[in-house]
Design a protein around this ligand. Structure first.
Ligand code: CS2
Ligand code: MG
Length: 402
């Protein structure tokens, strides 16, 4: 089953997406998501200038060998650009193989381990009252797990507060906007937010929160302890995660479950976190995590140490990546939860995806492969627009983590 063509499409239906389409001599096509928010064109070049010339002519069935070829053969290994490019190729090859065998991807991975994939939605508000109202809205829609983010009194902007009701898109169509941050204002506010949310929705709804890399380990330890009365499902990205050992400090002080990993792209980024049981959920996703081939290995290692999956699935992951995460989530034994955000109408038109939401779960559908059709004719109508994620400064101007 020789690969005869591989094309990269950049389209921007409200936000930029990079999509890879691989075609075999039998005419079977597979899709991969190569979107890296704010650095899209780097991945386009890595694919078009470096990987695709080495991909044409290879046997599409040899998924593992192709992954090893591009991982070990690069010499310069790992990193978000490299692994997103490899992830897109890998996802497309799994799509092709499942289509060739006439089965949905999750059947190829090992079949269904559950009836559906529990997802979490993104509730947010410019202030506490608006955030609580949005959480109620998500609970009324049947979400069993809801992420809660809110504006912080005294700060003009912060992470995670959507600009539409259901579409949270942080990238701005301009050079990076500068946000101002105050850890003290945040740490004083967060417990009040979750006390009000628990009061509003009761104990049964899983509540999640994303700190987005902004605390030090001891600050995160304090926040985890302060939030224990509200029984969070997870506290995400409590600190910047390059120093895996830093999580030991958080672990010593709090039982609030920890999630990390959306910015990881290699099993080595989380090997210490997993083997020392410093986290409870691993957030790596199919596209940035080097595809299904690497993510399966990470999930297997995580399983040994009681760590469950919680794949990243924000709107800057296209429906191709979300579909792959849902197939993965149908199979993976140590499943935790899947992030799920509604894409815009325009996006859903271009990426005809089969997955459906019902009663807090999403099912990827049973079409062969990923169950996603990409409408190439729409690409022209939505040309790429440079867009950047914000940067963050402390109130005194010190550069900080966004
Ligand atoms: C966030 C994302 O979904 C999440 O947990 O961390 O919104 C993240 O900020 C974006 O994916 C960055 O592009
Ligand atoms: Mg996050």
């Amino acid at each position: 089953m020789k690969i005869v063509d591989a094309k990269v499409f950049v389209c921007s239906p409200g936000r930029n997406f990079v999509t890879l389409k691989i075609t075999t001599e039998d005419g079977i096509t597979g899709l991969g998501d190569a979107t890296l928010n704010g650095r899209e064109l780097s991945v386009v070049s890595y694919l078009e200038d470096h990987l695709i010339p080495c991909l044409i002519g290879r046997d599409a069935r040899n998924i593992e060998d192709i992954w090893q070829y591009f991982y070990r053969g690069a010499y310069w290994r790992r990193g978000p650009v490299t692994m997103t490019a490899i992830g897109a190729i890998d996802t497309a090859l799994w799509d092709i193989k499942a289509k060739a065998l006439g089965v949905p991807l999750y059947q190829l991975l090992g079949g269904a381990s559950r009836q559906g994939v529990m997802v979490y939605g993104h509730a947010s508000g410019a202030d506490l009252d608006e955030a609580v109202a949005n959480v109620r809205d998500y609970a009324a829609k049947g979400y069993r797990a809801i992420r809660v983010q809110s504006g912080i009194p005294g700060l003009d902007s912060t992470y995670g507060v959507g600009r539409g009701k259901y579409f949270y898109e942080p990238a701005d169509r301009a050079l990076p906007p500068e946000n101002i941050w105050s850890t003290r204002k945040y740490l004083n506010f967060a417990p009040k937010l979750f006390e009000a949310v628990r009061e509003a929705v009761g104990e049964d709804v899983h509540l999640l929160h994303d700190v987005h890399h902004r605390l030090t380990p001891i600050e995160a330890a304090r926040l985890g302890r302060d939030l224990e009365p509200f029984n969070l499902f997870w506290l995400e990205d409590a600190v910047q995660c390059e120093l895996q050992a830093g999580f030991e400090i958080i672990r010593q002080h709090t039982t609030t479950p920890l999630a990390v990993g959306e910015v990881f792209n290699s099993i080595y980024d989380c090997q210490e976190l997993l083997s020392k049981q410093l986290i409870d959920y691993i957030r790596m996703t199919v596209s940035h995590g080097g595809g299904i081939t690497q993510l399966r290995k990470i999930a297997a290692l995580a399983d040994v140490y009681h760590v469950r999956t919680g794949c990243h699935g924000a709107t800057d992951m296209s429906p191709v990546c979300i579909a792959a995460c849902l197939h993965f989530g149908m199979w993976v034994p140590n499943f935790g939860v899947q992030e799920f955000m509604l894409h815009s109408e325009e996006t859903r038109e271009i990426f005809g995806a089969q997955y459906t939401f019902s009663d807090g779960y999403v099912h990827p559908g049973d079409s062969p492969g990923l169950g996603v059709e990409f409408d190439e004719s729409s690409v022209e109508k939505h040309p790429y627009v440079p867009a950047y994620l914000p940067v963050n400064r402390k109130e005194d101007g010190t550069m900080w983590n966004w």
